[in-house]
Design a protein around this ligand. Structure first.
Ligand code: COA
Length: 190
């Protein structure tokens, strides 16, 4: 049985059940604290009965800087999933889905147009997870990652930029059916 609550700074030394997973990025400690300070309602954890963190989601609400307003890559007000992870022993129990639904609700509460995220092209399980929740590919960011998770001969990996429209996007204007055909460079992601 998991308990869901907001992240607290003293959770930082309890993330290893999740972060030892190779597909879970580990950031500088200050990066987690920035999210905690700026978007506390978008940083949620799931803990087990012993207080271990067995899942968390970290996100933000933002738009591209105004200077890019007229660029085709400009991102309007949206929620972004920076990280979502569930400890291996706690997977397929619906914890990832519940965490993501909480972030989507925060996005709706903040009047965001959509939720987006980046996922490695070969992270098939996570792609299936997002698809099961209504996310679809919006574009491909070429060589977004500076390493490859499955092929050691490659020094980079493409990302899928996936999106799910929120309630504000009544006409579904912020998603694409042919997202896989739209490729951009990492320098066009702000
Ligand atoms: C992706 C991840 C967060 C999913 O968390 P989870 O708690 O296991 O997911 P849920 O139990 O909520 O799954 C919801 C649905 O997603 C789909 N799904 C989840 N994991 C799946 C898998 N391994 N294969 C296929 N479909 C999957 C299923 O449709 C599932 O519903 P079901 O179990 O009733 O069939 C988890 O696998 C994880 O932490 N992976 C490593 C980190 C990672 O890749 N994060 C994403 C980086 S972008």
């Amino acid at each position: 049985m998991a308990n869901f609550r907001r992240f607290r700074p003293d959770d930082l030394n309890k993330l290893s059940k999740c972060n030892l997973d190779p597909l879970t990025e580990t950031y500088e400690l200050s990066f987690y604290l920035q999210y905690y300070a700026k978007w506390p309602s978008l940083f949620q954890v799931a803990e087990d009965e012993n207080g271990n963190i067995i899942g968390y989601i970290m996100g933000k609400l933002e738009s591209s800087p105004d200077v890019y307003k007229f660029s085709e890559h400009y991102l309007p007000w949206h929620a972004h999933i920076t990280a979502v992870t569930v400890a291996p022993e706690a997977r397929r129990l619906g914890i990832g889905k519940l965490l993501t639904e909480q972030l989507e609700a925060a996005g709706d509460a903040g009047n965001a147009w959509f939720v987006d995220l980046f996922v490695r092209k070969t992270n098939y399980k996570a792609i299936k997870f997002y698809e099961s929740m209504g996310y679809s590919i919006f574009r491909v960011v070429k060589e977004y990652y500076g390493d490859h998770s499955t092929d050691p001969t490659q020094d980079s990996e493409d990302a899928y930029d996936m999106r799910k429209p929120l309630k504000r996007d009544v006409k579904k204007e912020h998603i694409r059916a042919d997202g896989e055909k739209h490729e951009i460079d990492p320098t066009d992601v702000w």
